[in-house]
Design a protein around this ligand. Structure first.
Ligand SMILES: [Zn+2]
Length: 614
């Protein structure tokens, strides 16, 4: 009805306008662009599939049939026949540590898809071919995961690719692989015992179970000609302390390089159909300074909401209060760059056996020797409450990293208390939109937070792609039964928890379609096994979690997140007959990089695949 009314108004308008403003630059009542003959996946309440849409001044003015859209056609309107292709709303990655992405895609190796040491070598060879490093230049890469390879890569294999370039290859988290050139920079010579650090042949005493130095037996020839077979470091260091043994590093990217990274990273995200991101950690506001500078240069072509992160873990409430005093709150800026809440940490993660959980990690008998139930950042709930209140005093929204079920219980209990106070003080007002970030284990018997999340509208910002990309590491630590309940997508969405999807790049790939793959299949990349098949969702729910639910998280659901008349024209044209194709054959997710034909933000074409005429 509203749609027809709008069309009627537009058709009625021209005479009046022409009479008032005869100039050729006068306001026109007609659409700027009309897309026809498509499978327009609106992601409205009923998940309606429309045929066409019309855009004017960056907004959708019609979403409906060809005839309805074409009724807004004027002499200068561009009409594009989609030939049956699919349109979806622009995607939102609701949790991405976006800043290094541009640097990574232009000059680093990405081991997301590597499934063997040979694949890692190939990745390094490719980056060498791309950046042509001079001798001494660092080669960087990231996202290897030793769980995936029968045999981890060694420094001697890496040396064959680029012996004169130190290599710094990061694990998905907490771990570094290096080549021999790095040891040389540290002054270590394999053939000179006097250069060996204390840890060369023996682990330091302060290593935790997550720390590990990979060693291999090598026959070393010393200066005097004698040889010894010794277990020497193979170049791979796991854990925080393990990695800290490396005393040389590539130099950090500069502010200028970071600003350029925003430009290049945005281009990359747009090419995958992402039009909005939430950066969950602005590192004391640093990222926001970078975004602001990029924005000043016109390099922010999509929507960034940055969560202010003061790295709030164990600081005193006074410190937090003082720190936040000079900084202002939510909704500054515009719809392309804005602050959105602050972030706390409640625990660690499943991959590093540091989630705060009620049942110990499996295999503790062999790994820790005593039951390991993880690490709360703040076991004392009264202190945590005071920390939160310091942020609430300035009006910040709360977002908390909590992976384990006990961590989730602590966070949700405190949120409930604050939200009750909010309701008492502001009766009838809608609740603020606070989230639990990661939110792996909401339905554990001892802690069960799910019904409370529903009741208090607490948002779960999940990272589906972990189920695929780090599935094997997770199941090794959580066990199969608990893995099947980890990130219970269907339970979340069907119980009424608003679940928004994000990648957690740079821990994972930034490619949202791998998140879709995980939502649709829950298949582990390493073994191909499915954990929790009844917790998969359909493409409709998967899309909601990447669009309208994300818009809700950032208080923008009236403005974006679905294709409905009145909302902004943030949209993606896909080379698919309809979105159901992805559900019928989830393996298509691996081809989506080629199937994104066009990405539009507020009616502007921000990405167009080469060869696609538009
Ligand atoms: Zn994160």
């Amino acid at each position: 009805m509203r749609r027809l009314l709008l069309v009627a108004m537009l058709l009625a308008a021209p005479l009046f306008v022409r009479a008032q403003q005869p100039s050729p630059h006068a306001w026109s009542p007609y659409a700027d662009v009309i897309l026809t003959n498509g499978s327009v996946t609106t992601v409205d309440k009923d998940f309606t599939i429309a045929q066409a849409l019309a855009i004017k001044d960056g907004r959708l003015i019609v979403v409906g049939t060809n005839a309805e859209a074409l009724a807004t056609r004027g002499p200068a309107t561009k009409v594009v026949d989609l030939h049956g292709r699919t349109v979806i709303p622009g995607l939102q990655d609701s949790h991405i540590h976006f800043l290094p992405l541009g640097e990574e895609v232009t000059r680093e190796a990405d081991f997301t898809y590597a499934k063997s040491a040979a694949d890692i070598i190939t990745g390094v060879e490719q980056v060498v071919a791309k950046v042509h490093p001079k001798p001494g230049d660092w080669i960087r890469g990231s996202k290897w995961d030793q769980y995936k390879y029968p045999q981890m890569v060694t420094r001697w294999e890496l040396d064959k690719v680029a012996p004169d370039n130190p290599m710094w290859l990061s694990r998905t988290y907490r771990g570094i692989a290096v080549n021999t050139a790095v040891f040389r920079l540290m002054g270590i010579d394999d053939a000179k015992k006097e250069t060996w650090p204390a840890w060369w042949l023996k682990d330091p005493a302060d290593f935790t179970p997550e720390d590990r130095i990979y060693r291999e037996q090598r026959t070393i020839t010393f200066a005097d000609g004698h040889t010894e077979a010794l277990m020497v470091p193979a170049g791979v260091f796991l854990g925080v302390r393990g990695a800290q043994l490396l005393t040389v590093h590539p130099k950090p990217y500069t502010f200028e390089e970071d600003v350029e990274s925003v430009r290049d990273g945005a281009k990359e995200m747009l090419s995958l159909g992402v039009t909005s991101i939430v950066d969950p950690a602005s590192r004391m506001g640093y990222n926001m300074q970078v975004y602001q500078e990029a924005s000043n240069r016109g390099w922010v072509p999509f929507r960034i909401s940055a969560v202010y992160e003061g790295i709030f873990t164990t600081q005193t409430p006074d410190w937090i209060r003082e720190h936040l005093a000079g900084i202002h709150v939510n909704n500054l800026g515009n719809h392309f760059l804005r602050w959105r809440g602050t972030k706390f940490y409640a625990d660690g993660g499943a991959g590093t056996r540091s989630s705060w959980i009620s049942e110990p990690f499996v295999n503790w008998q062999t790994i820790e020797g005593k039951p390991n139930t993880g690490l709360p950042v703040m076991r004392d709930t009264a202190t945590r409450e005071a920390q939160y209140r310091a942020a609430l005093a300035y009006g910040w929204d709360l977002h908390t990293h909590a992976t384990g079920d006990r961590a989730m219980r602590q966070v949700v209990d405190l949120y409930m208390k604050f939200l009750d106070e909010f309701t008492a003080a502001h009766p009838g007002q809608p609740l603020p939109r606070w989230s639990v970030i990661h939110a792996y284990l909401p339905i554990e018997p001892k802690t069960m937070v799910l019904p409370d999340m529903v009741r208090y509208h607490i948002i779960a910002v999940t990272n589906a792609v972990f189920q695929w990309q780090q599935g094997f590491g997770f199941v090794t630590n959580l066990g199969e039964a608990r893995m099947a309940r980890t990130q219970p997508f269907r339970t979340y969405l069907h119980s009424g928890v608003l679940m928004a999807s994000g990648s957690d790049y740079s821990v994972t790939t930034h490619n949202p379609w791998m998140g879709f793959y995980a939502l649709l299949t829950r298949r582990d990349q390493t073994t191909g096994k499915v954990y929790g098949p009844d917790e998969t969702v359909g493409i409709d729910d998967a899309l909601r979690s990447y669009t309208i639910n994300g818009a809700y998280l950032t208080y923008e659901e009236q403005f974006k997140g679905s294709l409905e008349a009145g909302k902004v024209a943030d949209l993606v044209v896909l080379d698919l007959p309809d979105v159901k194709a992805l559900q019928e054959n989830p393996e298509l997710c691996f081809q989506m990089r080629d199937k994104v034909l066009l990405t539009m933000v507020e009616g502007q074409v921000r990405y167009r695949k080469q060869g696609y005429a538009f």
